[in-house]
Design a protein around this ligand. Structure first.
Ligand code: BES
Ligand code: ZN
Ligand code: ZN
Length: 481
């Protein structure tokens, strides 16, 4: 629970301060107000104060999220879950929107990943029970700001919860979060938020001709499915934006098996799908007036008697025949079908795809910046505004005909592998070949979806919830907010 209070009734209060403020508290000079420095000091009338340094730099979105996270982390370490946060100092230095980012950071900083223990039967994971949510009073809001502050606080709660939900799904072990579990989990949340959903099972995948998804899905004893989320507050006549997210709950590489030391993160290969579901959940919760269709192919990439092998040729929903050159390049196959399905079946006006797609993007951009490719300048401008509003980082990569030529197959229409270099670009171009000339934007979050060593205070080892807030802000842009 995070709510606005006129007066704090809590014994423990967080206050933000800079270098100049240090001397007004009893800190014996030890608190210097440096960015993210924290210091416990006696407060008024027997209370305790956690001073949190804001430093001298401008407070951007990332800084506000880190500030929110660092103070709750300090309190959580001490076993404190009821406290107040005085945001007066922050609102002197930043706009009221700061409250949204601060609250989002608080919720993300408080996050704990699912732990599976005990001998319970049935559903192994109960997110609600696990998380002992903090009880926070926000105070220090100037009178004139109350209404706006309330809205920003609520949005921060929605976004923080959506990001943490995506993190939960990505952190779940692959054997306890199969394609079917993934679909059930998303269906439950969509039901809660009032979003219509549909799941095509493996028989429907076959009968509808989603042959690329089918081919990857048949590598596993666990059936594949295609989940479609339809959030259409403007009515079904108004064209929607398509969001396709890769939902591979376990990627062993198939017959092109990954080496053992690359296997640890393979359960996180559904982070794109999780981001799409979580963003749509947040949009529905906030009643943003925009039509969106989420398309999430869910499957495993494993080894079975019917798995693909290099040299195979398969069909696809879009009609192109695909030569398989590497079975570990499975994400682009599912997304090809998801994107075609969005365009041909759902008639989306433009399409974005998001995926943990290539190791190459990690080599190029590392763990804090995701890759972006697009063939539409307007879509790109919109997207740039969206990530400026979310605080996430993306970097646009170029593409040219010579890279398109790398996907030419001698025996089929296209192959699923380029050359040794520019792997992020050729993977993206493969998907673009199925977008049927609709404005297309592609996000490769293989580096940003998962961190072994957190880079920011609001992250913890494991899933980051990459993409959720940017997709939300992109749809706000679409809605003209
Ligand atoms: N899911 C992986 C990409 C990935 C790599 C995600 C590292 C997270 C961290 C994808 O399916 C894959 O295996 N891609 C291959 C493609 C290659 C065979 C052309 C890769 O990038 O190595
Ligand atoms: Zn793979
Ligand atoms: Zn993969």
């Amino acid at each position: 629970m995070i709510s606005i209070a006129e007066e704090s009734t809590r014994r423990i209060r967080v206050r933000f301060a800079d270098g100049q403020d240090g001397s007004s508290y009893r800190t014996e000079g030890m608190f210097r107000g440096e960015y993210l420095q924290t210091f416990f000091t006696p407060g008024e009338e027997g209370s305790l104060c956690l001073l949190t340094g804001i430093g001298e730099k401008d407070l951007g979105i990332l800084q506000l999220k880190e500030l929110g996270a660092v103070c709750v982390c300090r309190l959580k370490e001490q076993g404190v879950s009821k406290f107040s946060v005085d945001v007066g100092k922050i609102l002197q230095a930043a706009e009221p929107k700061a409250l949204c980012h601060l609250v989002e950071g608080m919720l993300e900083g408080w996050y704990e990943q699912p732990v599976i223990s005990g001998n319970g039967k049935g559903k192994h994971w109960d997110g609600e029970k696990r998380r002992n949510a903090p009880d926070v009073q926000i105070c220090g809001i100037p009178g004139g700001f109350r209404e706006q502050a309330q809205r920003e606080l609520e949005l921060g709660v929605t976004l923080g919860n959506a990001v943490n939900w995506a993190r939960d799904m990505v952190n779940m072990p692959g054997n306890l979060f199969t394609p079917n579990d993934f679909a059930e989990e998303v269906a439950e949340k969509m039901g809660e938020a009032g979003v219509a959903w549909e799941v095509l099972d493996s028989a429907e995948i076959r009968s509808q001709g989603l042959e690329a998804l089918q081919a990857v899905g048949e590598s596993s004893g666990r059936d594949a499915c295609l989940m479609i989320l339809r959030y259409l507050p403007l009515g079904s006549d108004v064209p929607a934006v398509g969001l396709a997210g890769k939902g591979v709950t376990c990627d062993t590489g198939g017959y092109c098996l990954k080496p053992a030391d690359s296997m640890l993160g393979i359960k996180g290969d559904m982070a794109g799908g999780a981001a799409v579901a979580a963003a749509i959940y947040a949009l529905a919760r906030e009643k943003v007036q925009v039509n969106v269709i989420g398309i999430i192919p869910m499957c495993e990439n494993r080894i079975s008697p019917s798995s693909l092998v290099p040299g195979d040729v398969i069909g696809s929903y879009g009609g192109k025949k695909i030569e398989i050159c590497n079975t570990d390049a499975e994400g682009r196959l599912l997304l090809a079908d998801a994107v075609s399905y969005g365009v041909k079946h759902e008639k989306v006006k433009k399409v974005l795809d998001i995926a943990t797609l290539t190791g190459a993007v990690v080599q190029t951009l590392g763990f804090s910046t995701a890759g972006l490719l697009s063939d539409d300048e307007d879509f790109c401008r919109e997207f740039s505004r969206a990530f400026a509003a979310s605080g996430e980082r993306y970097w646009r990569l170029p593409f040219y005909e010579e890279q398109e030529r790398m996907l030419k197959s001698r025996i089929a229409d296209i192959k699923n592998l380029g050359e040794k270099h520019c792997g992020t670009i050729t993977a993206a171009l493969f998907i673009r070949a199925f977008a049927e000339s609709r404005p297309w934007l592609h996000l490769d979050i293989a580096g940003t979806a998962w961190v072994d060593t957190p880079l920011f205070a609001f992250q913890s080892k494991g899933a980051t919830g990459a993409g959720v807030t940017t997709l939300y802000r992109l749809m706000e842009e679409e809605a003209g907010i």
